[in-house]
Write a protein that binds this ligand. Structure first.
Ligand SMILES: C[S@@+](CC[C@H](N)C(=O)[O-])C[C@H]1O[C@@H](n2cnc3c(N)ncnc32)[C@H](O)[C@@H]1O
Length: 164
């Protein structure tokens, strides 16, 4: 019998992502690192299917060590949205990166983005530039949060991609 994802408390920054993310359908956690959000997504909605990605082999292997035994999580290696291209996904979360990196991921993965229902985005810096770019490119704001962790605000948005 396969292992289930044990429930663990998320800190406010990632908790805000979890709370904004719709509950149904397969989801990608791009740049998952420690895998805490991917694990929490699976723990909350065990049947949804979670793909946790990392750009480079070392971090992907570490992610595999942390999450590899869990049913319902796939570890995928590659930059940005490359490793989820062609997979059936409802949405993706990109958290814990700079705004410019997020813009680059959305630009390079434009074909993937346009098939998604939603994206949850949380930039560590460059938030205003990211939001201006999202507005310019027709993304629609669905919800937002401003979690505070260790005295710092982490603006977080749920957006819908531009209509095709
Ligand atoms: C600071 S960690 C954030 C981890 C987690 N998403 C969070 O919010 O706590 C950023 C992670 O994104 C990964 N990363 C950076 N650029 C990436 C890219 N273009 N594609 C996929 N992963 C990337 C890094 O390897 C790193 O593990």
């Amino acid at each position: 019998m396969a292992a289930a994802a044990p429930r663990r408390r998320l800190r406010p920054r990632l908790r805000a992502c979890l709370d904004l993310i719709p509950r149904d359908g397969p989801v990608a956690d791009v740049g998952s690192a420690h895998g805490r959000l991917a694990r929490a997504l699976l723990g909350r909605d065990p049947d949804r299917g979670v793909i946790a990605t990392e750009a480079k082999p070392g971090p992907a292997a570490e992610l595999g060590r942390r999450l590899g035994g869990l049913t319902g999580i796939t570890i995928a290696l590659g930059p940005g949205l490359d490793p989820v291209r062609g997979r059936a996904l409802r949405g993706a979360v990109i958290a814990g990166m700079g705004g410019r990196t997020i813009i680059a991921i959305l630009t390079e993965g434009d074909d993937v983005v346009r098939r998604l229902d939603w994206l949850c985005l949380q930039a560590m810096q460059g938030t205003e530039g990211l939001y201006a770019w999202l507005r310019r490119h027709g993304f629609r704001l669905r919800a937002s949060a401003r979690p505070v962790e260790a005295g710092r605000v982490y603006p977080t948005v749920l957006v819908a991609p531009p209509c095709a």
